[in-house]
Design a protein around this ligand. Structure first.
Ligand SMILES: [Zn+2]
Length: 284
């Protein structure tokens, strides 16, 4: 049986989780083989309801449930339709880009038009994993950019070791009105480039990792009006829970780290991020 980390001290101002994988957390999906985090999350058998209740108990009142393939996107869109405080993102993940056929992309666009779906993502480029070819990834990323523009939804980007190419494709294709770099992984230079372009930066658990100075330097220069916070749960749990399954109720640990880096009261940062949430995902 998997032990879930203890709940952190509640936030005194509400905030939301801009990116999590609700379907994987509830174990709706088969855990991918050799992925201990996903398996642990599945073993926890947490229901959507208890995930939300745990989150709300510490001031994390809303979340965006992000899809990574057709099945996942459908599941998260349906979950968002039935739950107050839950929005969805729909996309084919760059690691699955070979599956981004015209038919699959047409269904993603159809899902993206639903009112409870507020983002097209996660899409982007992943040069760390070679599960999909660069050509497939670029074609899929460009197609998702167009879907975001046609549907008027935020574009949520997965950028792993591909900063320059992600920026290049966005500039070349023409970025949608709202762009979010999910689990921001760049340094201060990259944060400045994103800020100049008006792109949102969503910080996740790794900003709390001891050796991740570059992420804290990025957070330090990111303008509060372009910052978001996320878990990417069940992945990337913040310190001191590395190696355990992540969930939205652990957001306060990452939020407090960011507030310390920014030298602001956590309440002020929660207020800024909540306001950004309306800009990015619309009224909740
Ligand atoms: Zn993700």
């Amino acid at each position: 049986m998997s032990k879930l980390p203890a709940a952190p001290e509640p936030l005194s101002s509400p905030v939301f989780d801009s990116h999590c994988h609700l379907d994987i957390m509830v174990g709706n999906r088969q855990a991918s083989s050799g992925d201990p985090v996903a398996q642990a999350a599945q073993a926890a058998e947490a229901s959507v309801h208890s995930i939300l209740a745990d989150a709300r108990a510490v001031g994390v009142t809303r979340l965006v449930a992000i899809g990574y393939d057709l099945t996942s996107s459908r599941w998260n869109a349906d979950a968002a339709a039935g739950q107050e405080g839950v929005y969805a993102g729909v996309a084919i993940h760059p690691n699955e880009a070979h599956a981004a056929t015209p038919e699959a992309l047409a269904e993603i666009e159809e899902l993206a038009r639903r009112p409870e779906v507020r983002a097209v993502g996660e899409t982007g480029l992943d040069y760390y994993r070679d599960w999909a070819s660069k050509d497939d990834q670029h074609a899929s990323f460009r197609a998702h950019i167009e879907i975001a523009k046609r549907t008027g939804k935020a574009l949520v980007i997965h950028d792993r070791e591909a900063h320059d190419d992600v920026l290049k494709v966005l500039a070349d294709e023409g970025a949608p009105d709202v762009v979010v770099f999910h689990s921001f992984s760049g340094d201060a230079e990259m944060a400045k480039k994103c800020a100049e372009a008006g792109y949102f930066m969503s910080f996740s658990g790794p900003v709390t990792y001891k050796n991740a100075h570059y992420l804290r330097e990025a957070a330090a220069v990111a303008p509060p009006e372009l910052m978001l916070v996320e878990t990417d749960a069940p992945y990337l749990p913040p310190v001191p829970h590395r190696g355990k399954p992540n969930a939205p109720y652990l957001i306060p640990l990452t939020l407090r780290c960011l507030a310390e880096v920014k030298n602001v009261h956590p309440d002020r940062l929660c207020e800024a991020i909540s306001a950004n949430g309306v800009t990015v995902f619309g009224e909740w």
